[in-house]
Design a protein around this ligand. Structure first.
Ligand SMILES: [Zn+2]
Length: 302
């Protein structure tokens, strides 16, 4: 009798996955060893600190008074799942461009279009991954929220991972002159990476519904957010640049430099609905005060 009950539970889990749109082939090849419940319990989310970016709220149609704190955080995240290790975004400062001293170091970056940015950074991405037990070689999957310079700085270090990207974003990245503030030299190696072109609005990365890339276009053509379902913390959506300052969300303001403002409005609406449906928290990656409160690698969320 016990055996029968267990078999039914497994069938139910498989049925759920099939219903969510995952193909039967993938279910059979990859889902037999781990049930969704088991996978979820062991998922770890590491918050990696990419430093502090000086910013001007006027670029987001906000004033200093509106935002209080004008600085933005830079963040990347490592998601450790029984079926793979996914890095989400790669920071603003290339590891090879500076030497950590143990104290915060200010980096001045000149973007290809001549604009200057200042990022104050304490620890390299590599050092934070290594301290967590995941050197770049152990990262199996890479996804970027989008291709702007402050998300791609260390992308080349993960060119051996499988890259998950939408076609229009990839096209924009490798255009002769990418639109917006991009530093193509930081992601050029991805051109020959093993690549999965993501087509679904919601793409289930590991096949059990626990890690989902959700389309959120507008900031760039193929901008996306990442949903992670954690056993203790619950659902978390990593925002990419859907918002930067939290006041963009509460005061309904758009950046001045969107690829398509109408799409951003639609994406924000769709993500807010997703948050309500999945009862998830939104972690705004550039929100300085929210990011400061999060525990950082090698500590992690479960
Ligand atoms: Zn950004």
């Amino acid at each position: 009798m016990m055996k029968h009950v267990k078999a039914l539970a497994v069938l139910a889990a498989i049925a759920t996955v099939v219903a969510s749109g995952f193909s039967r082939t993938n279910v059979v090849s990859g889902f037999s060893q781990t049930t969704a419940a088991q996978a979820q319990t062991s998922i770890k989310l590491y918050v990696l600190d990419g430093g502090v970016l000086e910013s001007d709220p006027a670029r987001y149609r906000l004033t200093k008074e509106d935002v209080g704190t004008t600085q933005l955080s830079v963040a990347a995240y490592l998601i450790v799942h029984p079926r793979g290790v996914l890095l989400w975004d790669t920071g603003a400062v290339p590891d090879e461009s500076w030497k950590p001293t143990g104290s915060p170091v200010q980096q001045r970056l000149v973007l290809p279009d001549g604009q200057e940015r200042s990022v104050t950074i304490r620890s390299s991405l590599n050092a934070q991954l290594t301290a967590s037990g995941y050197s770049p070689a152990r990262v199996t999957h890479l996804a970027l929220s989008h291709y702007h310079w402050d998300h791609t700085a260390n992308a080349n270090a993960f060119a051996r991972a499988t890259w998950l990207v939408r076609q229009n974003e990839r096209d924009a990245m490798f255009a002769d002159k990418p639109l917006g503030t991009a530093t193509p030299m930081t992601y050029s190696a991805l051109k020959t990476s093993k690549t999965i072109i993501v087509t679904a609005d919601e793409h289930d990365v590991f096949g059990d519904g626990a890690v989902i890339l959700k389309s959120a276009p507008g900031h760039t053509p193929g901008h996306q957010v990442l949903f992670v379902k954690l056993a203790k913390t619950g659902g978390v959506v990593l925002s990419g640049d859907l918002y930067h300052y939290p006041q963009e969300r509460t005061m309904n303001r758009l950046p001045t430099f969107e690829f398509n403002e109408e799409q951003t409005r639609g994406a924000r609406k769709a993500v807010e609905e997703f948050l309500a449906r999945t009862k998830s928290q939104l972690w705004i990656q550039h929100d300085f005060n929210a990011h400061a409160k999060l525990k950082k690698a090698p500590e992690y969320y479960q």
